[in-house]
Design a protein around this ligand. Structure first.
Ligand code: AMP
Length: 198
């Protein structure tokens, strides 16, 4: 299987080529076509399997065809993660794979001053990579809006539950449109993660 058989096109394929990836990993083969067909996805995925590219590449593919401007404080794609470090790694990959498409990605994480995040969100973004607590703070204080968010990815969902983010995640999800696309990836699939997926 080749990347161009998964539904990815020009600028994304060039970025992958630039990275020197020859063949998609099994999780990329499983996730990318389904993601592009707007399916909800639940997957068991360990770090090191290529899981980040499995959801970042189709997000970027969609942005190639984007025809609307971002709305203030809004973002069509939300990636929720347990830690600032993981958020930064994902933002880094968005930069790498998006070197041709150049999406606007904003990091919304705890442990840093909120001011720059608020400023970055003012004109909206293509993608927000967030930890749940800080995102909920921004939503509550109305500097971030979830009403145009159409795709939500929960990465390392089991970690998020372990860190006690379940209540914040539930509130965030309840504010996102019911017809959203949801993607949940987790290294393990305990009952609590399964029920969150459901
Ligand atoms: P991840 O599981 O997302 O943490 O990715 C693990 C590593 O695999 C990262 O350093 C990626 O750059 C790399 N990677 C992702 N997809 C591929 C691929 N198809 N071929 C080779 N390396 C890849």
């Amino acid at each position: 299987m080749k990347f161009n058989e998964l539904g990815l096109t020009g600028p994304i394929l060039r970025a992958i080529d630039y990275e020197g990836y020859d063949t998609p990993t099994p999780i990329q083969v499983a996730v990318i076509p389904k993601f592009l067909n707007n399916h909800d996805i639940v997957g068991i995925a360990q770090t090191g399997t290529g899981k980040t590219a499995a959801f970042v590449l189709p997000i970027l593919e969609r942005l190639v065809k984007k025809d609307k401007k971002n709305e203030s404080k809004c973002f069509p794609v939300l990636i929720l993660v347990p830690t600032r470090e993981l958020a930064m790694q994902i933002a880094d990959k968005i930069r790498v794979y998006g070197k041709i498409t150049r999406p606007k990605a904003v990091l919304v994480v705890g442990g840093v001053k909120p001011g720059p995040q608020i400023k970055a969100l003012k004109d909206g973004a293509d993608i927000v990579v967030a930890t749940p607590g800080r995102l909920l703070d921004h939503v509550t204080s109305k500097v971030a809006r979830l009403d145009v968010t159409k795709t939500v990815i929960l990465d390392e969902a089991d970690q998020m539950l372990d860190l006690g983010f379940m209540p914040s995640i539930k509130i965030i999800i309840s504010k996102i449109s019911k017809d959203k696309q949801a993607v949940l990836l987790s290294a393990t699939m305990p009952k609590a993660v399964r029920s969150l997926a459901d």
